[in-house]
Design a protein around this ligand. Structure first.
Ligand code: PMT
Length: 336
């Protein structure tokens, strides 16, 4: 650290206190030096089956990633670092993709919001509040909720009956990365018919297994100093190798509006995928920006629409479907 940097009061104290970070390892080295978590291949085979079922019907398939990844601090994990995401964006989007005729691979953080059940979990009501006991002792849905519940139930049952939704879960960033590689590679067999919708909030830093303690870190050791390695940006191999023919959408989350568009555009220039959806933490349910190399378009809900319960994903998904249509047509033209 230079003297100038050390005395600059505008820099955050955390940055000054931390040792020089280890250089980021590449994605190839990451996958070579970290063993795949158990269950990766079993999940991969379930996804293979789902994809080949829909390939026969020539149906489009979207991979939706949703929720935040964790970074364990100990092998026998008591403590971990978490990433913010309730899973609302992913779970809500999955429902609108199914409505638009897509089959959905929903790769989500365990216990985060899921399509259809999201309407009743994590809400103010306990599920028992939706029920009532009739005079004859029968258990029914409270009539004030039954119209909405009938509608959600109908959509859920149709999705199940037509095998339009498969769900696989992760907790740690390691599980996420291995599942992502396995699923995107499998989905690439659908070529342009595949859509990748990367809404999960993925950790940027982690403790590699060889630097992790076996057992719970003891507080008797005083202050805890952590040095985290950088997680490789897997969107690079995803675009370049694993899923190169599909339509790839990543998200950019920021809290400072002034850097959202430049950073979204920089991601497009760097990774060369099709679209970044930019959102600001505090306004993410009301406004998103669809950013391409050529232009940017806001999708915004009015206060009235918000009050009426309109979900912004009901606007995002049709917009994406139209972009995916154009992508498929353009690729077909190139192939001629
Ligand atoms: O679930 P909700 O509560 O509704 O919140 C939704 C959301 C705000 C989490 C969602 O809309 C969103 O913005 N998700 C992406 C958040 C994020 O991780 O952004 P980022 O700037 O850290 O990453 C940008 C992109 O790089 C992501 O598409 C990610 O897939 C990719 N990435 C990130 C880390 C990493 N190691 N490798 C990656 O490839």
């Amino acid at each position: 650290m230079s003297k100038d940097t050390a005395s600059d009061p505008s820099l955050p104290v955390m940055e000054l206190a931390l040792p020089t970070p280890a250089p980021a390892i590449g994605w190839e080295e990451y996958f070579r030096t970290n063993p795949p978590p158990s269950g990766t291949e079993d999940a991969g085979q379930r996804i293979d089956k789902f994809i080949s079922f829909h390939a026969k019907a020539n149906r489009r398939v979207v991979l939706v990633t949703s929720g935040g990844t964790t970074v364990p601090l100990e092998k026998n994990t008591v403590r971990f670092i978490d990433n913010f995401s309730a899973g609302t964006r992913g779970a809500t989007s999955a429902e609108y993709f199914i409505e638009a005729g897509y089959a959905v691979i929903f790769m989500h953080r365990q216990f985060s919001l899921q399509p259809y059940s999201r309407h009743y979990t994590h809400s103010k009501n306990c599920f028992l509040d939706y029920m009532q006991v009739g005079p004859d002792g029968s258990l029914t849905v409270d009539p004030k909720y039954s119209d909405h519940m009938r509608e959600v139930l109908g959509k859920y049952q149709k999705a199940k009956q037509d095998n339009l939704l498969i769900m696989e879960s992760f907790v740690t960033v390691e599980e996420y990365l291995f599942l992502l590689r396995r699923f995107t590679t499998a989905l690439s067999t659908l070529r342009e018919n595949a859509l990748y919708y990367l809404a999960a909030a993925v950790s940027d830093f982690f403790v590699p297994p060889d630097k992790m303690t076996e057992h719970k870190i003891q507080s008797s050791g005083g202050c805890l100093e952590l040095q985290l390695d950088q997680v490789p940006k897997v969107i690079y191999p995803l675009v370049d190798t694993w899923a190169s023919r599909g339509f790839i959408v990543s998200f950019k989350l920021e809290t400072d509006p002034s850097i959202l568009i430049p950073k979204s555009r920089r991601a497009l220039e760097r990774y060369k995928h099709q679209l970044v959806i930019g959102n600001i933490l505090s306004t993410r349910k009301r406004v998103v920006t669809m950013v391409t190399l050529e232009d940017e378009q806001d999708i915004t809900l009015s206060d009235q629409e918000l009050a009426e319960g309109v979900e912004i994903e009901s606007r995002i998904i049709p917009d994406l479907v139209a972009r995916h249509d154009r992508w498929i047509k353009k690729s077909a033209k190139h192939a001629q």
